[in-house]
Ligand binder design. Structure first.
Ligand code: AMP
Length: 199
């Protein structure tokens, strides 16, 4: 394989995000980032096989943040994660990457915490929602239109979500979103069931 040098700037990441990731110590994109960022920026759906530690979070977060419209104060991005820990970690990454994008807000939605502050962040115009499926379904039962403006859906650690029995919740969530959206799926393993939800 030829070794192509590619920088985050060459990949087409927004300058304000480049400043933020440089401040966070990122120098060069990882292989999964080099492969995923151009596809996601071009608007394609994608399935990526990636373990934790490969840089998969930035692989989807950087191009999606490059494409959102910060002036629109409504949910545009939904990231689903199997656990509260991963949801918080992904939300923190989005906050770090968007630190120099005025007006961008991120909310983490997970169980075991009061609904109030989560609802408030949504009402205040968060564009990025990072959620565990169960708690998101609770929010949807109170506000069925919550996801009606989502343009980008990411399923992070999709195999773990299926193992934890979230399939029914995922169906409810998919049905609450517009069909016209870009979907990105990352999973450590790609069994037939994962290809099934990708369909
Ligand atoms: P992840 O696989 O998304 O959980 O990322 C693993 C760790 O690598 C996280 O601490 C990231 O902040 C870090 N990381 C991801 N991409 C890069 C990069 N291109 N350069 C330096 N660190 C990175």
């Amino acid at each position: 394989m030829t070794q192509e040098t590619s920088s985050f700037a060459d990949l087409g990441i927004l300058p304000s995000i480049l400043n933020a990731i440089t401040a966070a110590g990122y120098e060069e994109p990882s292989p999964i980032q080099i492969q995923s960022i151009p596809l996601i920026l071009a608007g394609h759906d994608m399935i990526g096989q990636a373990q934790t530690g490969t840089g998969k979070t930035a692989a989807f977060a950087l191009p999606i943040l490059t494409r959102i419209d910060p002036a629109r104060r409504e949910p545009q991005v939904l990231v689903l994660a199997p656990t509260r820990e991963l949801a918080l970690q992904v939300a923190t990454a989005f906050e770090t990457f968007s630190a120099q994008m005025p007006g961008v807000k991120v909310v983490a939605i997970y169980g075991g915490a009061p609904m109030g502050p989560q609802l408030k962040a949504i009402r205040q115009g968060a564009q990025v929602i990072v959620a565990t499926p169960g708690r998101l379904v609770d929010h949807l039962s109170r506000n069925g239109g919550l996801l009606s403006t989502i343009k980008y859906l990411v399923l992070d650690e999709a195999d773990e979500m299926l193992k934890l029995g979230f399939m029914d919740d995922l169906e409810i969530i998919f049905n609450a979103m517009p069909d016209e959206r870009q979907t990105v799926l990352f999973s450590a393993t790609l069994p037939a069931s994962i290809r099934g939800i990708a369909e």
